[in-house]
Design a protein around this ligand. Structure first.
Ligand code: SAM
Length: 264
C-alpha cells in the first residue's frame, strides 16, 4: 500500500517536473487569464485583513498565487513536491523583488512539516481533499482555508464522451474516484464536500464553481486559446463566471469547486 502511494507520488512529481517550464504559459491565453482572474477575485474577498498574517500556499507550484500575495505584503510559505515548479516560482519572486517574503519548501501536502495551528490562512489548490486533515491541522483556530476539489457532476459530464461507464459510476456514487493523466483523484459534490470538511471542524463559508466554465458559454476554442483579446469580452466573460460561480443551479457544471471555510 505504502509502496503504491510512493509510486503514485513519483509519477505525479515527474509529470509536474516535465510541465514546470510551460505551466505559466497557459495563463497567458484567454482561457487561462479568465480562470486566474476568477480564482483571484474569489480569493481576495476571503484574505485576512491583517497583512502580517501567515499564509500557506500548499501545492502552490510556480507561485501563481504566492507572488501576488507576497506583493500585498503577506508572509507566505510555498510548498510543493516538484522542485522544477518551485524553481520557476523562486525566479519569479526574485525578479519581482519579493523573495524575502516567501519561504519555499519541497514537501508533500499530506505530510506537512509545520506545527499545529501555524497559519492564519491555508490554501491548497491541488490534491486538497486527500490532504484535508493535514491542511486543517496547520490552520489556526479562527483561521481560514481554501481548497480546490474535483466536482463530481462536472467530472462525470466531461468523462462521458470518452468513458460513459465511468461517468455513470461516478454519478451513481458507486465510486468517488476519477482518473486524470493516470492520477487517481477523489471527486465530490457540494454536499459531500460540506459534510466532509464540517466533520473535520471547518465551518464552510462558501463553495464556488470554478474552471471549465467557458464551454457552457460557447466561447470558440480559437478565442479561448488566443493570447490577444478584446478587453470588453474579457470583462463580460469574467463577470458572467463570477456570478455563475455562486449560483447553486449551475454548480454541477464546473470542473472544480473551491471551498472556503473557517476553522472552529
Ligand atoms: C495544477 S498545479 C497547481 C499549482 C498552484 N496551486 C496553482 O493554482 O497555480 C498542481 C501542483 O500541485 C503539486 N502537487 C501535486 N501533488 C502534490 C503533493 N502531494 N504535495 C505537494 N504538491 C503536490 C504539483 O507538483 C503541482 O505543482
Amino acid at each position: 500500500m505504502l509502496e503504491d502511494k510512493y509510486r503514485d507520488m513519483e509519477r505525479i512529481r515527474k509529470r509536474w517536473e516535465e510541465h514546470a517550464k510551460r505551466y505559466d504559459e497557459w495563463y497567458e491565453t484567454f482561457e487561462g487569464a479568465v480562470e486566474h482572474h476568477v480564482d483571484w477575485e474569489l480569493l481576495k474577498g476571503n484574505l485576512p485583513q491583517n497583512r502580517d498574517a501567515k499564509i500557506l500556499d500548499a501545492a502552490g507550484g510556480t507561485g501563481r498565487i504566492t507572488l501576488p500575495l507576497a506583493k500585498m505584503g503577506y508572509s507566505v510559505t510555498l510548498c510543493d513536491i516538484s522542485p522544477g515548479m518551485l524553481s520557476v516560482a523562486r525566479k519569479k519572486l526574485l525578479r519581482e523583488g519579493v523573495l524575502d517574503k516567501v519561504e519555499i519548501l519541497e514537501c508533500d501536502v499530506c505530510q506537512l512539516r509545520f506545527a499545529d495551528e501555524s497559519f492564519d490562512f491555508v490554501l491548497c489548490w491541488d490534491s486538497g481533499i486527500e490532504a484535508a486533515e493535514e491542511l486543517i491541522r496547520v490552520t489556526k483556530k479562527g483561521g481560514k482555508i481554501s481548497v480546490f476539489l474535483i466536482n463530481k457532476c462536472g467530472a462525470a459530464i466531461s468523462k462521458f464522451r470518452e468513458d460513459p461507464d465511468s461517468a455513470l459510476t461516478l454519478l451513481r456514487s458507486e465510486s468517488n474516484y476519477v482518473y486524470h493523466h493516470e492520477e487517481k483523484q477523489m471527486a465530490v459534490s457540494v454536499e459531500e464536500a460540506t459534510e466532509l470538511f464540517e466533520k473535520e471542524g471547518i465551518k464552510v463559508i462558501e463553495i464556488y464553481a470554478v474552471c471549465g466554465m467557458l464551454e457552457p458559454l460557447s466561447i470558440p476554442e480559437k478565442v479561448q486559446e488566443s493570447r490577444h483579446w478584446d478587453e470588453k469580452l474579457f470583462r463580460q466573460v469574467t463577470e458572467m463566471l463570477l456570478r455563475l460561480s455562486k449560483e447553486p443551479s449551475v454548480k454541477g457544471l464546473s470542473r472544480h469547486l473551491v471551498l472556503y471555510g473557517e476553522r472552529i
